[in-house]
Design a protein around this ligand. Structure first.
Ligand code: GDP
Ligand code: CA
Length: 314
């Protein structure tokens, strides 16, 4: 079993490669739920849905999230009532949110509903939300406001300066069923090139998950989401300073610290390999920009190779 810690799009692109290299039914992704929100009474899970849509081959190709061939009739009708359309909800996408919300109202946990959704999209990979409990990522801005992650990123377009990030509700949350087992029993644990602060840290903030990652006998290998000192997409560069991390491949490796056995950086960061290796983390450089599925597959293969090279008693 190969267990992947996953945010949204970066993780989806990586999982598309990994599931070419190993059988999808051997892959478990533990997915961030800090971004999840409720709009018009509907529960929306952007990272789970991005991964599902990518792996099912129905993602919007330019946007890289949401559905291809999408229409927005419902959003236009909502505008009639003066509803500010700051969070896009396409008609096809709404089908997923309606099913999920109905099932959650029936008392079914998110982890079970997620399995229903991935099966309906024909996926053999197992997606598990980090927790079934209510948690949400809050962004504390430099001017003292406390915003939901989506209010910061989507409504305010990532403009406010970020002072700190916290996962509200984490203290009383538990890992979803099988999350700890997926880490402890894995052959390898992979940390996808996801946002370290609002995708990976928010998974690790659920009590028990970071501990399982420290205890697992499996090698832990991550891929840098920072290439040449810049994000490939998204806002990690705005958030890394809030946790005292440098915006670089080495900075993210240092942030994950002793959780890592191996770290994969882009060829553009080959100069950082030595510095990272000096901290005791086995580091290699390869192509990591996964616009092409073959590149994603080769990257996944490199990660598994590094995992087997670093396996053994720590
Ligand atoms: P989000 O929830 O959609 O923001 O997605 P994630 O948290 O999974 O990923 C965002 C991070 O993934 C950003 O820091 C990107 O730089 C990184 N990323 C996205 N695509 C790639 C890629 O092809 N290669 C690498 N190395 N990083 C990527
Ligand atoms: Ca996300």
């Amino acid at each position: 079993m190969y267990t992947v810690l996953a945010g949204g799009v970066g993780a989806a692109r990586f999982l598309r490669g990994l599931t070419r290299v190993v059988s999808p039914d051997e892959v478990v992704a533990i997915v961030n739920v800090g971004d999840d929100l409720t709009r018009f009474g509907l529960r929306i899970c952007p990272d789970l849905d991005s991964i599902t849509y990518w792996l099912a081959g129905v993602v919007h190709p330019e946007q890289q999230w949401g559905r291809a061939d999408e229409s927005h009739v419902v959003a236009q009708e909502l505008a009639r009532f003066g509803h500010e359309p700051w969070f896009t909800l396409g008609d096809r996408d709404l089908g997923t949110h309606l099913h999920r919300t109905m099932r959650l109202h029936e008392g079914v946990p998110l982890s079970t509903v997620t399995q229903e959704i991935t099966r309906a999209f024909g996926l053999d990979i197992r997606l598990i939300p980090a927790t079934d409990d209510a948690v949400e990522t809050r962004i504390i801005t430099a001017d003292g406001r406390d915003l939901h992650f989506q209010e910061y990123w989507v409504r305010e377009r990532g403009a406010p300066q970020v002072a700190s990030v916290r996962l509200a509700g984490a203290a009383s949350a538990q890992p979803a069923p099988e999350v700890v087992e997926a880490l402890v029993d894995a052959d390898a644990v992979l940390i996808a090139p996801s946002n370290p602060v609002v995708s990976i840290d928010t998974i690790l903030a659920v009590p028990g998950i970071a501990e399982a990652l420290r205890q697992t006998p499996a090698p832990v290998v991550g891929v840098s989401p920072i290439v040449g000192g810049e994000v490939v997409r998204g806002m990690a560069h705005k958030l890394l300073p809030s946790v005292g991390a440098e915006v670089s491949a080495a900075g993210v490796a240092d942030h994950y610290g002793d959780l890592l056995d191996g770290w994969v950086v882009d060829r553009r960061d080959v100069d950082a390999v030595e510095e990272i290796a000096a901290t005791g983390v086995t580091c290699v450089a390869t192509d990591t920009i996964m616009d092409d599925v073959e590149v994603a597959a080769a990257l996944a293969r490199r990660c598994l190779q590094l995992a087997s090279d670093t396996a053994g008693p720590r």
